[in-house]
Design a protein around this ligand. Sequence first.
Ligand code: XMP
Length: 533
Amino acid sequence: MAADPREPSLESRTFDTVLVLDFGAQYAQVIARRVRECHVYSEIVPGETPAAELLARRPVGIILSGGPKSVYAGHAPRPDPAIFDAGVPILGICYGQQLIAQALGGEVANTGIAEFGRTALDVTEPGALLAGQPVSQTVWMSHNDAVVRPPEGARVLAATRHSPAAAFEDPVRGVYGVQYHPEVSHTPRGLDVFEAFLTATGARRTWTSHSVIEAAVADIRAQVGDGAVLCGLSGGVDSAVAAALVAEAVGEQLTCVFVDHGLLRHDEATQVEEAFGASSSTRLVTVDAAARFLDRLAGVTDPEEKRKRIGTEFIRVFEEAARAHAGDAAFLVQGTLYPDVIESGHGSAATIKSHHNVGGLPEDMEFELVEPLRWLFKDEVRRVGEELGLPREIVWRQPFPGPGLAVRVIGEVSAERLALLRAADRILLDELRRAGLDRATAGPDAGDTDFVWQSFAVLPTIRSVGVQGDERTYGHPVILRAVTSEDAMTADFARIDYDVLERIAGRIINEVPGINRVAYDVTSKPPGTIEWE
Ligand code: XMP
């Protein structure tokens, strides 16, 4: 689902905007990210949004995404045809390209031959869209139908074996199409296609961390006026950057609350206090609520029930802290990101309030939410954090779920089981850092490739037999999980060196009494999820 286009974001009023019309594409988010990488703001909206609504947003360009349907299918989603006469440049990708051809006098056929995966592309005439690109290159394809005749007046730019019009353009009319997927990394020159299209739109390249900060600060000031604002810090990058933005905007009115729910990793509470405590100008209140959360979790084994209870308790603690320390703050900062907004299916502030970032927020919340990151992707949040001068350790910290270790202790959560998990988790992270695999502690020039996205230990409910020092043990196994990912939507298990794994396993068994076996999870997402619960 895509964001509600009727509510223009501050961003789309401030920045030249490219709207991505989503026709059910697997890659709509990636398209928007690629456009933003070219420093142009981009938002995803439903594919069939009426043209009047789209044009009211005054987009400088429109991209029609791919989609799973054939343009000949009964209920094939289509854009409002009026967009083709609006004078706004349009780029169609895969299904989007076929929609353009079909709407403007070209022909789409089911050739009977699908093309999936890496495919050889021959550029016959580069035109504006493929200018400067190699004549022969590899692109990523995923289609059944193909454009066999481009729209009237359009020139064919490239072909593959089974796609005679794999790219076309009509710069006069302002339509461009590619049958392949320029947004995925398997199309090495894909970003150049976006660059060329954006050049054709004349979009101003002003979407930078610096201007994002300026826009967010203006937005926060307009929303909260002189009201008191409360921000829950989790230690994660999202809440930290959200807090830093609010501090930049209305520092005097901000109180940060760090709820130590007792479900944190080793030393996490100390690190948050160091980053936001005495040395910083932000007012920070730490609430030690560990006993309270453990109490609420007693006897609970169902993961969703854990999430709900933790989420509810979080807000209750915030509300109390607001009353006690933040002058009855009416505003609560939340680190909701753009993918959360897209996934919740709506862009309107009213709906977003029920989205649970820390676990099911209660319906009767007393706060109005301030969500300065709701138009940003995670990588953009990190760049904003760097621009704001937050420590690398915070900016590049692994994502950590709101319910914390409670969803990594399978079954019932107790202080003892948390302590076991925390000790194993600490060793895992320590050794991954030593091996240079954790970005937060790797040097600033370490590159992007081999870092883990998340790593953690999971404590299952089963027991395992072992032998240690000639004695039979009947202890706890732990499962190690380490994944690589770009955005947590998909993930691959991290190919950690056996020697590193051996060192981690050896240390856990020797240093954590009660644990006698270590397993490594080699499931990717899908079919698994990153967390176990
Ligand atoms: P899954 O397990 O669904 O996780 O593959 C995807 C990403 O989301 C994180 N995660 C959560 N984050 N509250 C959060 O704030 C939650 O309840 C929650 N559950 C999973 C997970 O750590 C991963 O980064």
